[in-house]
Design a protein around this ligand. Structure first.
Ligand SMILES: *[C@@H]1O[C@H](CO)[C@@H](O)[C@H](O)[C@H]1NC(C)=O
Ligand SMILES: *[C@@H]1O[C@H](CO)[C@@H](O)[C@H](O)[C@H]1NC(C)=O
Ligand SMILES: *[C@@H]1O[C@H](CO)[C@@H](O)[C@H](O)[C@H]1NC(C)=O
Ligand SMILES: *[C@@H]1O[C@H](CO)[C@@H](O)[C@H](O)[C@H]1NC(C)=O
Length: 477
């Protein structure tokens, strides 16, 4: 009963809203326009823009404007260590990051050399002159051998020395990294975050279900792994954290001197993920969302247990019983795909998608749900959705809270358990699709300034310049 009333009140208020829209649009726009420097931290829109030594900045460099130097003041020779270099269409997050970043730097005229493991298709056509130059070490396909890659790097460095070295996570082992004062490492998830991950995953286990042996083993090695990392991380000269919370852990728990920790958030391709309501409507009818749907939720990514799909499965099963017009679109593949199919016609299960299809997907849904149980790194899906103007609901993790959900307006957070997720879903259902459009618009303004791949590449470029020559560490130049 109470619910009916609130829904009616809501539709009345949307009628009122509609009738006063001509007046409110400019105000709403002002309220929801975020300048990249107005959110939390030392920066505020009424103060002067931030300036100083970038190495002292503890906020994401993505907030700053690095467009002043176009083209870059000097062309750098950059060596990159990456266990894998993507050749398939569906690479993992870390490989995608490496590729997006280094292709962008090569386009800006830097001479990028990638040291990576051989693939099955090592005989692919030679890259065009501006692309990064690939060096596959010899050996079995997809087996990374850092010593071989390092030997190739040393030979290449002898003929023409590199200005800066970049390693994706521990691709370059710390014993070798320790020799390189001009090195930066990007961390896409650290052991301290895995400890939290273990906690959330075990709490999500059904009490009647035994703990798996693999999981039990992983718990026993978790703390020793953190200790080991704290002991060897300091050997890497410069650290890039991909979220504010990871930066904090590196400074506070791993005890890396602040001036060697830099936060640069991963970016997504701003041309691939754009706001396009018409495309969204087409996608809806193509996948068969009925016209009477009042709300469409969506989730995407690997459909596995540690991404929290057991939670969403159960919470949505409960939600759909008293909300017959709410739909869930599931994009991606994995063991939970077949289970979602059992939930009946209110769940539309699609397979994996390429970026073009994903753009349609994000534009078609009213809200994106990320029930992940893994706080390591930062899922790109939420940023992709935000760039398309889609608000999101996500597990209350420090990485998400501190870097993406920096304003309540952007969406909803829940604890990673069924009850909390279900409560959040009911809140979203009561709020309705019109309000979600406003939230999505606010999030998009923020995402466009913070999560675009071009800004990420410019921030890395500046870090590499600063490693090469301290005079580039000052901002603005
Ligand atoms: C790369 O070359 C420079 C210039 O010759 C040299 O100083 C540096 O030690 C070399 N680095 C490595 C790892 O060989
Ligand atoms: C986990 O493994 C340890 C020993 O390796 C064993 O003693 C313990 O009973 C296991 N715990 C569970 C919940 O399976
Ligand atoms: C919504 O539309 C679908 C297909 O047109 C229909 O099967 C379903 O019964 C409708 N749901 C409600 C609650 O009216
Ligand atoms: C660093 O850059 C500044 C300004 O471009 C230049 O004057 C200086 O010579 C450079 N220093 C080195 C060591 O290259």
């Amino acid at each position: 009963m109470a619910k009916k009333i609130s829904l009616n009140l809501h539709s009345i208020s949307s009628i009122i809203l509609l009738s006063i829209i001509p007046l409110t649009i400019p105000t709403l726009f002002l309220l929801h326009t975020y300048s990249p420097t107005s959110i939390c931290t030392p920066l505020s829109s009424h103060r002067r823009p931030w300036s100083g030594d970038l190495r002292a900045a503890d906020f994401p460099w993505n907030r700053l404007d690095f467009t002043a130097h176009t083209p870059p003041p000097i062309s750098l020779r950059i060596a990159v260590f990456s266990r894998k270099w993507p050749t398939t269409t569906a690479p993992g997050g870390m490989e995608r990051h490496a590729q997006t970043l280094h292709k962008a730097l090569a386009r800006r005229g830097h001479r990028v050399h990638i040291f990576t493991s051989p693939t099955d298709e090592t005989k692919s056509p030679p890259p065009p002159p501006m692309s990064p130059i690939l060096h596959w070490h010899d050996g079995d396909p997809n087996v990374w051998q850092h010593n071989k890659a390092y030997a190739q790097f040393v030979a290449e460095n002898r003929s023409d020395p590199f200005d800066v070295v970049h390693t994706e996570s521990v691709s370059l082992h710390h014993s070798l990294a320790a020799r390189l004062p001009n090195l930066a490492v990007s961390w896409h998830g650290i052991a301290f975050e895995s400890v939290q991950s273990s906690i959330y995953q075990d709490l999500a286990r059904n009490p009647s279900e035994p703990m798996s042996n693999d999981f039990n083993r992983s718990i026993h090695v978790a703390i020793p792994k953190v200790l080991e990392e704290i002991r060897f991380f300091a050997k890497y000269a410069h650290h890039v954290a991909i979220s504010n919370s990871c930066g904090e852990m590196l400074r506070d728990v791993y005890q890396i001197p602040s001036k060697r920790v830099h936060v640069i958030v991963n970016g997504v391709d701003e041309d691939e993920f754009t706001h396009d309501p018409k495309l969204g409507q087409q996608f809806r009818s193509k996948v068969g969302v009925p016209g009477n749907a009042t709300l469409v939720l969506g989730t995407a990514g690997r459909l596995v247990r540690d991404k929290g799909h057991p939670l969403l499965y159960e919470a949505f099963a409960k939600l759909k019983t008293n909300n017959p017009n709410i739909y869930l679109i599931v994009a991606g593949s994995g063991p939970w795909q077949s289970r979602y199919k059992k939930l009946g016609p209110q769940v539309i299960v699609l397979g994996s998608m390429d970026p073009a299809q994903l753009r349609g997907f994000y534009n078609s849904i009213d809200v994106f749900v990320n029930p992940t149980l893994r706080p390591q790194g930062l899922d790109l899906t939420m940023m992709e959705g935000m760039m398309c103007g889609t608000p999101f609901m996500a597990s209350r993790f420090p990485s998400i809270k501190g870097t993406i959900m920096v304003d309540d307006e952007f969406g909803f957070m829940f604890s990673p358990n069924v009850e909390s997720l279900y409560e959040a879903l009911e809140l979203v259902a009561a709020e309705g699709a019109e309000r979600l459009v406003e939230r999505g618009a606010a999030g998009r303004v923020y995402a466009e300034t913070m999560f675009n791949a071009r800004k990420m590449a410019l921030a890395y470029e500046r870090l590499f310049l600063c490693i090469k020559n301290e005079s580039f560490c000052m901002y603005p130049v």
